[in-house]
Design a protein around this ligand. Structure first.
Ligand code: ATP
Length: 309
């Protein structure tokens, strides 16, 4: 067992703190010295292309993979030295489920009840009911999607303080996917649980997350409140009838101007409504706010290089 070390300052207030967290497999650097703080009560989407290091990060946080260098604290506990405490308080859904094939949901319940002091039978049954899963069917007879549902029901009924979900909705049909996200959101609303969810489904992340972390080649290249990120990425598109105001780039709130003939895209900050009103005085053909969704933001900020998340 590793030495117990005092938590980093602030580590007890945040749900997750990573400091130079690194995992190497031979010459492969899976996770490359990440510094990352996840506030309590937040829902974070961990987004990045295949091989970015998302699963390895989550595995280090739950104590399944030992960091090569750096440290991490989950719920104020060192993930290496105090991994048992971390596991009891954290619900984890791996990318590939680790459910025993002979077990039924009922068997899993009996087992989990012994492991987790905060376990709720009622919540487990309620989640199974919502998914229409029978407690008596063995895992070996379940589809991949049904196994995902059982894994989520187990993670949620543990009533953890933190949920680490690795591509939780892969293999689910649209209806189950919606139910699934609702279960996660309910846990957040009811228990104030912190969630970190890796996903390639950006519209899904957008629906549930209030924070986003873009991961690429083992690094977190951007981490932000999602609304703040969207606000910072807002643009105004304006097509003037005549000449544009010559001092447009110096206007208050205009950060950058990209011009293509009479069409201009303004990168803006602050009061967008005031800028729109000022632009309207020039009687333009078009003046509109261009909002960005998470996919646009991914490709614009974290996704340089253009591979799919
Ligand atoms: P995906 O979106 O495809 O699930 P990911 O972002 O979760 O990808 P990881 O599974 O964390 O990425 O993998 C990061 C890198 O580490 C990859 O290059 C992968 O090949 C490598 N890697 C992961 N686990 C191991 C292992 N057990 N042994 C060797 N290399 C590994």
């Amino acid at each position: 067992m590793a030495d117990r070390q005092p938590p980093l300052e602030g580590a007890t207030e945040a749900a997750i703190v990573c400091q130079g967290l690194t995992k190497r497999y031979g010459a492969t650097v899976a996770v490359d010295g990440i510094d990352w703080i996840v506030p309590k009560g937040s829902v974070t989407g961990l987004v990045g292309p295949n091989g970015a290091g998302k699963s390895t990060t989550l595995k280090m946080l739950i104590g399944l993979v030992r960091p090569t260098a750096g440290r991490a604290w989950v719920l104020g506990r060192d993930v290496t030295a105090e991994s048992l405490d971390v596991r009891v308080r954290t619900g984890y859904m791996p990318e590939e489920d680790s459910l025993l094939r002979w077990m039924t949901a009922e068997d899993a319940l009996a087992f989990s009840r012994l492991l987790y002091p905060t376990w709720s039978d009622a919540l487990f049954r309620e989640t199974l009911d919502l998914f229409g899963l029978s407690p008596k069917v063995p895992v070996s007879k379940m589809s991949k999607g049904m196994r995902r549902q059982l894994a989520l029901a187990l993670a949620v009924a543990q009533r953890p303080e933190l949920l680490l979900l690795d591509e939780p909705t892969s293999g689910l049909d649209p209806e189950r996917r919606r139910d699934f996200l609702n279960v996660i959101l309910k846990s957040v609303a009811r228990e104030g649980v912190t969630v970190v969810m890796s996903s390639h489904q950006l519209h899904e992340v957008e629906r549930v997350a209030d924070r986003v972390a873009f991961m690429r080649a083992g690094r977190i290249v951007l981490e932000s409140d999602l609304d703040a990120l969207k606000e910072a990425a807002r643009r105004i598109r304006v097509v003037f009838q005549g000449e544009p105001p010559p001092d447009l780039a110096q206007w208050e709130g205009v950060v950058r101007v990209e011009a293509d003939g009479r069409s201009h895209v303004l990168q803006v900050s602050g009061d967008v409504d005031a800028l729109i009103a000022r632009l309207k005085a020039y009687n333009p053909f078009v003046v509109e706010v261009v909002e960005h969704n998470l996919e646009d933001l991914y490709f614009e900020t974290g996704g340089k290089g253009g591979t799919r998340p």
